[in-house]
Design a protein around this ligand. Structure first.
Ligand code: AFD
Ligand code: MN
Ligand code: MN
Length: 396
């Protein structure tokens, strides 16, 4: 019986891959180039398509508008390229952080012209989303200030409310606006949307098509993320996740590499919600990682396999037993219900799910045996030479 529950639950976990995770990216201290990294958007979709092929659960790719839609190209052509690789365009991510106009912010900028430029970009993104059939416009803002006194925190809050509403009002009826929060970085003194409460307050004012995006790396060490997830689920305000792990800051490490039990507890809240309401919430599960040292495609496959593993473990939690122990205040037994599930080896169930989909038992091994890495390394090295491209010209 439990195996069926887990197998059914695994069908709910469709994980969206980030286009930016396949191109050369780095830290502010430098990039370490990978010969096989994606040169253009078609490469990113091909790599994502390979991850989807070996994992069977990654049908969509999050795109960053300015990086993935070359100026002047019909966006529908880009979605055809994606489909040729066996994936579709998922969430649309506006670029509201790198343009010089955004030096003092985008929606929070004191200069009305800069805000107007940012709003125009946000609206352009939702129209582009309509053109390619994407229902998710996912906003992350680098906005904030670097010094006390630099700007009015309340004035910036009100600018955000006005600008978000201007974009919200242009959403198609089937679109959802995701508003991501982040405690700090790149702003040093305050970030305008710094925690889940700020995102929640902004989304609530906007309406039903605005939801909170929880990036698992965007929390201080002590924060109880599963409690945030439980509240947002209960308020029907959880839009989805950006998966990664953190040691000290927003490190975008591979999910579960530091604290897998925390991800298990987050997933436990989702399974508990599904058990209580009879269906899984309609939320987006997206990876937000771009690896500087790990081979990019392998790191993405490792992330997806880890997510499925922790998801399956959390699906094994015996809800009836847990509720009985909770009612009676049997703390040790209640905690052990979670630990028993967490300590269960779910690889056999995952292999059963994969064989049911006609995919290999171990996606990472299947990828390594496919020869894809050598093939793209040779092809892209040659193409870079022909195009006269040096790797530091590649964009995220
Ligand atoms: C950075 C930001 C944020 C955003 C992502 C993709 O911290 O997480 O979602 O870039 O734009 O990681
Ligand atoms: Mn993110
Ligand atoms: Mn981040």
């Amino acid at each position: 019986m439990q195996t069926d529950v887990v197998l059914h639950s695994l069908d709910q976990l469709q994980i969206e891959l980030p286009s930016w995770g396949f191109a050369d990216t780095g830290t502010r201290f430098g990039k370490f180039f990978q010969a096989g990294s994606a040169i253009d958007t078609a490469d990113k979709f091909a790599d994502a398509g390979m991850v989807n092929k070996v994992t069977g659960c990654c049908p969509s790719v999050a795109v960053h508008v300015l990086w993935d839609f070359p100026k002047g190209q019909d966006p529908r052509e880009v979605s055809v390229i994606a489909e040729k690789s066996g994936v579709r365009i998922g969430s649309i991510n506006p670029n509201l952080f790198q343009d010089q106009a955004y030096k003092l912010g985008s929606f929070g900028n004191p200069d009305a012209e800069a805000r107007a430029q940012a709003v125009a970009h946000g609206i352009e993104c939702s129209k582009l989303g309509e053109a390619v059939g994407s229902n998710l416009i996912s906003y992350w803002f680098a906005d904030g200030t670097n010094y006390p006194g630099q700007d009015s925190i309340r004035a910036r809050k009100r600018r955000f409310e006005r600008c978000l509403k201007a974009c919200y009002d242009e959403l198609a009826s089937e679109q959802t606006m995701l508003v991501e929060y982040k405690p700090f970085e790149p702003a040093f003194y305050h970030t305008d949307i710094a925690d889940w409460g700020m995102s929640y307050a902004l989304c609530k004012k906007l309406g039903d098509q605005a939801k909170v995006l929880v990036d698992t790396g965007h929390h201080y060490n002590a924060q109880n993320i599963e409690q945030i997830v439980a509240w947002l689920l209960d308020e029907k305000m959880l839009g989805g996740f950006h998966f990664n792990d953190r040691r000290y800051a927003d490190d975008d490490l591979t999910l579960g590499s530091i604290d897998p039990y925390q991800i298990f507890r987050i997933f436990n809240e989702i399974h508990a919600y599904a058990a209580e309401t009879g269906s899984y919430p309609d939320i987006a599960y997206m990876v937000d990682q771009s690896h500087n040292l790990k081979p990019k495609i392998e790191a993405m496959i490792q992330t997806v396999m880890t997510a499925q593993d922790l998801w399956a473990k959390a699906a094994l939690v015996d809800r009836e037993k847990l509720s009985t122990h909770q009612q009676k205040g049997e703390i040790v037994d209640a905690e052990n219900v979670l630990k028993d599930a967490y300590n269960t080896d779910v690889r056999p169930i995952l292999e059963e799910w994969r064989s049911g989909k006609g995919i290999a038992a171990n996606p990472l091994l299947a990828y390594r045996e496919s020869g894809y890495a050598d093939q793209i390394e040779a092809e892209r090295t040659k193409r870079r030479q022909e195009l006269g491209l040096s790797q530091d010209s590649s964009y995220a």
